[in-house]
Design a protein around this ligand. Structure first.
Ligand SMILES: Cc1cc2nc3c(=O)[nH]c(=O)nc-3n(C[C@H](O)[C@H](O)[C@H](O)COP(=O)(O)OP(=O)(O)OC[C@H]3O[C@@H](n4cnc5c(N)ncnc54)[C@H](O)[C@@H]3O)c2cc1C
Length: 413
């Protein structure tokens, strides 16, 4: 069959890989590059300001080991090298207080006394986190449905830290996190505790897309400007801006969900209901070399998940120390970080790359019809893939590709 995949991010490229052996696949990507939120400098993103021997990720970076089984199966099948990364975190508050996670205390304190002081500071937060885990253990996950995370999390420092980790994981403004759906956020927070292991992709996240492309026999159209998509009993018509019309047997939407209705020229009432509440959240991430971000807190150890509350109104940002997350050689003097919403701390001349990302704005209303989308996959020659159909991260992107592949007789992992 001739199959069009709209969107060349993680879910689109995984679906293309799984269907490639059994179908004639064409990927339409609106950007000039593939990868979606995968932005690996010196791979799919050119960056003249960066030494060509270094690869840095200015988007997707790390993957939880036990919570991401399909992701790990795909990496194994593609022979992609993974490496465990340490996972430490610190929360910085507007009053100047800051608290290190257990990992940051182990790796980041200069001596035993400092470790004891930091551990004592952390004790009430750990206690409150353990209470959260205990509460979760006795809460039926079905009761998360229809509620935002704020319904289950309060405003303690530990709750704020957890909400900031959601801000980090989904790169959504902190103010939107209170309304983040509990059924997606709480299982992730439950699985992201102190004992979890996280992996990075050696050579940068885009390396696995390169491996997919090396085996791919279908067609890739970047810079695709699709004016509209219509369906009938014989298949799918895709109208391009240059007046070209292409006919396919099936179409797979692997865009963010807010893009589906603007593309569909003949959306049914059911499709309008399923997708109308989705909106895009557009954010910018920067890669910079400014280590003075931490100066006024007197901190010299930078963590993988440093979260900052910028003011009492709840304006928050994050800084992820990339040297360990991206495996930068210790012989290189410059230190690299990825930051979101910390522009006031970063000297403009120390910024080496800025990336704009579009993610679904996850909220209780928007995810209401996700199961219906999965249950009706294939209706009217139309399929849907995308991280948003599951937990919103890379595991969801790969799992959604597997679901579509199952329906269309493609590969399984
Ligand atoms: C800054 C940032 C960091 C993240 N870090 C992590 C991480 O460390 N680990 C993790 O697991 N997840 C992370 N995520 C979540 C990440 O979004 C998912 O893991 C996954 O990459 C999403 O893949 P996707 O294919 O569903 O969507 P996307 O990556 O958004 O891909 C959708 C694609 O569709 C294309 N498209 C949209 N409209 C059209 C159109 N009209 N025509 C053609 N193409 C179109 C887009 O250009 C894009 O390429 C991060 C997200 C962001 C924003």
């Amino acid at each position: 069959m001739k199959i069009a995949i709209i969107g060349g991010g993680a879910s689109g490229m995984t679906t293309a890989h799984l269907l490639d052996k059994t179908h004639d696949v064409c990927v339409f990507e609106k950007q000039a590059i593939l990868g979606g939120n995968i932005r690996t400098l010196n791979k799919n993103v050119t960056c003249d300001a960066l030494d060509s021997r270094i690869t840095l990720d200015n988007g997707v970076i790390e993957f939880e080991r036990d919570y991401f089984p399909n992701f790990h199966k795909l990496m194994y099948q593609l022979d992609v090298q993974l490496e465990e990364v340490p996972l430490t975190s610190e929360i910085f508050l507007p009053d100047g207080h800051h608290y290190k996670s257990a990992g940051a205390i182990i790796y980041g304190c200069k001596n035993m006394w400092q470790q004891i002081i930091e551990s004592l500071k952390l004790t009430p937060i750990v206690f409150s986190y353990l209470c959260f885990l205990l509460r979760m253990a006795f809460t039926n996950p079905h009761s998360f449905r229809g509620h935002p995370v704020s319904y289950f999390l309060g405003n303690s420092i530990s709750a704020r830290w957890l909400k900031m980790l959601l801000m980090y994981a989904y790169s959504m403004p902190y103010k939107m996190i209170d309304n983040f759906p509990a059924e997606i956020g709480l299982p992730l927070l439950n699985h992201s505790g102190m004992l979890t292991k996280w992996d990075r992709i050696v050579g940068g996240v885009y390396s696995y897309i390169e491996k997919i492309l090396a085996q791919f026999s279908g067609t890739i159209c970047c810079d695709a400007n699709i004016m509209g998509i219509s369906r009938n009993s014989t298949g799918v018509n895709i109208n391009l801006a240059n007046s070209d019309k292409c006919h396919f047997d099936k179409v797979i939407f692997a865009t963010t969900p807010d893009q589906i209705l603007p593309l569909l020229q003949d959306a049914s009432e059911a499709e309008i209901r399923r997708f109308k509440a989705w909106e895009a959240s557009i954010i910018e991430t920067v890669i910079h070399t400014d280590i003075s971000v931490y100066k006024h807190f007197g901190v010299s150890y930078f963590s993988e998940f440093d979260v900052f509350q910028n003011n009492d109104e709840g304006d928050c940002g994050y800084n992820a120390y990339l040297d360990r997350l991206c495996g930068v050689s210790p012989t290189i003097d410059t230190h690299f970080s990825l930051a979101y919403n910390l522009n006031q701390y970063i000297a403009p001349e120390k910024i080496i790359d800025v990336q704009k990302h579009s993610t679904p704005n996850y909220n209780v209303e928007a995810i209401r019809y996700r199961q219906e989308v999965l249950d009706t996959n294939g209706e009217n020659n139309t399929y849907h893939a995308g991280a948003y159909l599951f937990e919103g991260l890379h595991e969801g992107a790969i799992t959604s590709g597997l679901e579509v592949s199952k329906l269309l007789g493609g590969l399984q992992l």
